[in-house]
Write a protein that binds this ligand. Structure first.
Ligand SMILES: [Zn+2]
Length: 109
């Protein structure tokens, strides 16, 4: 099942507060990046959302519900496509982290 990547119509998401890119977050939890599985750091914020600082993917946010979908189904992200999406989001919204949520993720098939 193909899930469209909303490259051209990024959701104007205001229902979950996004983390400012340069906020003074403390990244204390060592984990594996949700995208590329290398060692990264994360911190939580609203509603189970996570901010991740990954040496390969940079800093991004991911919704708690999407993490649950990923874990529940054993899905993996398409690393290249997600990093391309990050790059585009950082151009469009330079002041906030790219925020992966249901509807703008791209699973590896
Ligand atoms: Zn990564």
């Amino acid at each position: 099942m193909a899930i469209p990547l909303s490259l051209h119509n990024p959701p104007a998401s205001t229902d979950i507060p996004r983390q400012p890119k340069y906020s003074k977050q403390t990244f204390e939890v060592i984990m594996e990046c949700y995208i590329c599985d290398v060692e990264a750091q994360e911190s939580g914020f609203a509603d189970g959302c996570k901010s991740v600082e990954c040496p390969g993917c940079g800093r991004y946010d991911i919704s708690g519900s999407l993490i649950a979908v990923k874990r529940g189904n054993g899905y993996r992200f398409d690393i290249e496509q997600m990093r391309e999406w990050f790059a585009r989001q950082r151009q469009i919204y330079p002041d906030t982290n790219p925020f992966i949520r249901d509807g703008n993720q791209r699973w590896a098939l």
